[in-house]
Design a protein around this ligand. Structure first.
Ligand code: GDP
Length: 523
């Protein structure tokens, strides 16, 4: 039994792709699925964007806007590995779910457009990965276009993100003349050839000074290539696996997702280097994946995936043991045993019933309203996994009920949606006004929609100018210090939180309270 579990765990890689919209995440995901032999899914990822109205049975709001409200999970097999890709929605549908999804990943792939470098959303998502200390692999995309100098891009990783890098390979030529990469680890030249460039011609060499490299790359590219590689050897960071695993050093790959340049090389290296499912901290210490008793935690709840029913799907990351359909486990917070009868696994939009699953896998549990984000399920003992962090919202609305007679339903809706993690709730001091905070605009719309559809309440939202929230600890908190372009509120647990309209107001408050800590996540 343990051996079987060990094998399943060692096979698995669970990761998220982090990027800014348009960097090529959909394209890369699709190519990865294709390499995984999931031909059936070839158009699925694309279809999700182009053909939303036909395929989506998700929320009405999603149909109206043609975007995906929440992220899904894709799974494929490749050369003895089982790969789980967690999709992190971008753009307008960016939400706290995106952050939480990252807590279910064991590593991240950071995708960067070679012409644009590190962009805003990449930076935000990177910071969450950094906080968790997970390994980050970088794929610099769109090398088939004129992009920025590779050295400049690496410098940007260091300056904007504070992460050192180790280029695993280096482009030969760029733009229209991009024809391959030099693999520094394996000392080989990889040329992308054939119709769909799936055919990689690999030529083993002695090093980049090998005359064969010159012959393959041609004189024109060779001088630049040799010069760059020499500089990397002399001035670049050495490869250090420990630093990769702790997220201090990112292995960098160059390629072009749409042309399939470098995708397979990337995938193979990634699968070698990325960690298998990692343990998670809990009230009972670290829970190891090889622990025979099944355990896991809910990191996301998706409402109304099927509008015909009011059902919700709770996404569970398996931490330890084997999951078997129909098994009975303890819902630790409720102190009750529950039977997991209809678990689902997610392949793009298709949902299949799963019979068994292992650490690193994500399963969807039918949720008649019994789960909250962060809930732990455990086969043995009252394991409570470490609480998921609450991330600092960036958009804030004052909220009130339109019809005072509906106050009770309004309160119930707000309480439940806050508990579910759909919004963050704050109360002003004195007037007890309600302010809700989110990280993406769409969350407001979904909130409004669900209040009306699930609780029958029309709400009024008044956008405020606040942009930052900081949890304040470590000093006596005086509301009088937060009057100009700022406001002191309390979160649902009674912690003090200061909201600021701009960085200047935040800095001023910090100067006034030198002994206080201003935290970006809830204490
Ligand atoms: P997402 O928003 O990150 O999911 O990005 P998409 O995968 O939808 O790609 C955005 C755009 O970039 C699309 O028009 C793609 O065809 C294009 N694209 C993706 N990869 C490449 C690439 O390697 N080279 C070029 N030139 N375009 C690419």
């Amino acid at each position: 039994m343990t051996n079987g579990l060990e094998l399943e765990v060692s096979k698995r890689r669970t990761f998220a792709i982090i990027s800014h919209p348009d960097a090529g995440k959909t394209t890369l995901t699709e190519k990865l699925l294709l390499f995984g032999g999931a031909i059936r899914l070839a158009g699925t990822v694309k279809g999700r964007k182009a053909n939303k109205h036909a395929t989506s049975d998700w929320m009405e709001i999603e149909k109206q806007r043609g975007i995906s409200v929440t992220s899904s999970v894709m799974q494929f097999d490749y050369e003895g590995h089982r790969v789980n890709i967690l999709d992190t929605p971008g753009h307008q549908d960016f939400s706290e779910d995106t952050y939480r999804t990252l807590t279910a990943a064991d590593s991240a792939v950071m995708l960067i457009d070679s012409a644009k470098g590190v962009e805003a959303q990449t930076k935000k998502l990177f910071q969450v990965c950094r906080m968790r200390g997970i390994p980050i692999f970088t794929f610099i995309n769109k090398l088939d276009r004129e992009g920025r100098n590779p050295f400049e891009l690496l410098e940007e990783l260091e300056n904007l993100l504070g992460i050192r890098s180790y280029p695993m390979n280096w482009p030969i030529g760029s733009g229209k003349q991009f024809c391959g990469v030099y693999d520094r680890q394996k000392t080989q030249v990889e040329l992308f050839q054939g119709d769909d460039h799936k055919q990689i011609t690999v030529r083993k060499v002695e090093g980049y000074t090998d005359p064969l490299v010159q012959e393959i790359a041609g004189n024109f590219f060779y001088d630049q290539l040799a010069q760059d590689l020499e500089l990397l050897d002399v001035a670049g960071d050495p490869f250090d696996m420990e630093k990769v695993l702790s997220g201090e050093l990112t292995p960098v790959f160059f390629g072009s997702a749409i042309n399939n340049f470098g995708v397979q090389t990337f995938l193979e290296n990634f699968l070698q280097l990325a960690p298998s499912p990692e343990p998670r901290n809990s009230s009972q210490g670290k829970i190891e994946p090889l622990d025979n008793n099944f355990s896991g935690y809910v990191f996301k709840i998706q409402a109304n995936m099927n509008p015909a029913h009011r059902d919700r799907i709770a996404f569970l990351r398996i931490v330890s043991g084997k999951f078997e359909r129909g098994m009975t486990v303890k819902h630790v917070r409720e102190g009750k045993n529950i039977k997991l009868a209809q678990p689902q696994q997610f392949l793009a939009q298709d949902r299949d019933i799963v019979e068994d699953a292992f650490p690193g896998d994500i399963i969807g549990l039918f949720d008649p309203g019994i789960f909250r984000i962060g809930d732990s399920l455990s086969q043995k003992g009252d394991i409570v996994f470490e609480e998921l962090p609450t991330f600092s919202p960036e958009l804030f609305c004052k909220v009130s009920v339109k019809n005072a007679l509906k106050y009770k339903q309004y309160q119930k809706g707000i309480d439940q949606l806050t508990e579910e993690g759909m919004i963050q709730l704050f109360t002003t001091i004195g007037f007890e006004d309600t302010i809700i905070g989110v990280v993406g605009q769409l969350q407001f719309e979904v909130f409004e929609y669900r209040m009306k559809n699930e609780y029958g309440v029309d709400v009024q939202l008044h956008r405020t100018n606040f942009q930052f929230a900081r949890w304040i600890t470590g000093d006596k908190v005086d509301p009088a210090k937060f009057r100009i372009n700022s406001q002191l509120v309390k979160d649902k647990k009674g912690n003090f939180v200061a909201l600021f309209e701009n960085e200047y107001a935040m800095r001023t408050a910090m100067e006034k309270m030198p002994d206080a800590k201003f935290l970006e996540t809830a204490p």
